[in-house]
Design a protein around this ligand. Structure first.
Ligand SMILES: [Mg+2]
Length: 265
């Protein structure tokens, strides 16, 4: 079901990885998505970007290991890094983050939060401070935001899956990164489709004129924020839900041609 449908061509497709195109429990979803993507005609195949909480290098390694289509771009670390097809950071992307960001000060404040644990080092980056905090209610998150603001830090706090707490520069996040990439690639917002399953994907869906796919396994916290977004809520989960959504937005492989009938003289 969908609120309204646009027939604008899909020129840039940005997908979350885990729980979206990458099924959490394995299975054949990746294979089906890869085959479907390959079957698109080159002229209609959009630019492909994965947008993950994982760092860019980790995304590339996972994509290669499981056989997902090779991306044109990777946004990693919840919108704190953006690399091209060759794995190179796009010039100008990181430079925006320096103002108001002091990672050591963020670490100091966060380490004082009761019950919080740092995520492993492979999830940390110069512009991402990642933590685990189980079942925090909104009041606790508000208190953390206030503590960071009172230290004159310009940050964004994203709490997902009742567990993952990321502190990022104010101008970072999955949505900001998609908007930056969209402008860089000169794709109109109406030609962008995003897909996701958890709360940290919400900022992508909220971009003006961008269409979204919420897979059937999307968390209630994401769905609750989608009331004003142009979103297709897929009946299928994960990679199959992504295929369903993209087809709903008009992107589909050409119909199979009937076998040539041999002509006999
Ligand atoms: Mg996800």
């Amino acid at each position: 079901m969908t609120r309204r449908r646009s027939s604008a061509a899909v020129r840039l497709f940005v997908s979350d990885l885990d729980g979206t195109v990458l099924p959490l429990a394995g299975g054949d979803g990746v294979r089906r998505f890869a085959a479907w993507w390959d079957s698109l005609t080159p002229a209609t195949r959009p630019l492909l970007c994965y947008n993950s909480g994982r760092l860019c290098g980790d995304v590339r390694a996972v994509v290669r290991a499981v056989g997902l289509p090779a991306p044109d771009y990777v946004i990693g670390g919840v919108g704190t890094s953006l690399t091209d097809a060759a794995g190179h950071q796009l010039p100008g992307f990181l430079e925006r983050f320096a103002n108001g960001w002091e990672r050591s000060r963020v670490q100091e404040i966060m380490a004082g939060v009761r019950g919080i644990e740092p995520h492993p080092e492979r999830f940390q980056s110069p512009y991402k401070s990642s933590w685990s905090l189980l079942d925090a209610d909104p009041a606790r998150i508000t208190a953390i935001v206030a503590a960071l603001a009172s230290a004159d830090l310009r940050v964004r706090v994203i709490y997902s899956s009742d567990r993952d707490l990321d502190v990022l520069p104010a101008d970072a996040g999955k949505g900001h990164a998609v908007e930056w990439l969209r402008r860089k690639t000169r794709v109109a917002a109406r030609n962008v489709v995003v897909a996701g399953d958890t709360e940290n994907d919400l900022a992508m869906f909220e971009l003006p004129d961008v269409r979204g796919i919420a897979v059937a396994n999307a968390r209630p916290g994401l769905l609750a924020g989608l009331s004003t977004c142009d979103v297709y809520r897929a009946a299928a989960t994960e990679a199959d839900g992504v295929i369903e959504g993209l087809e709903c937005f008009g992107l589909r492989p050409p119909p199979a041609r009937p076998p040539d009938l041999k002509r006999h003289p």
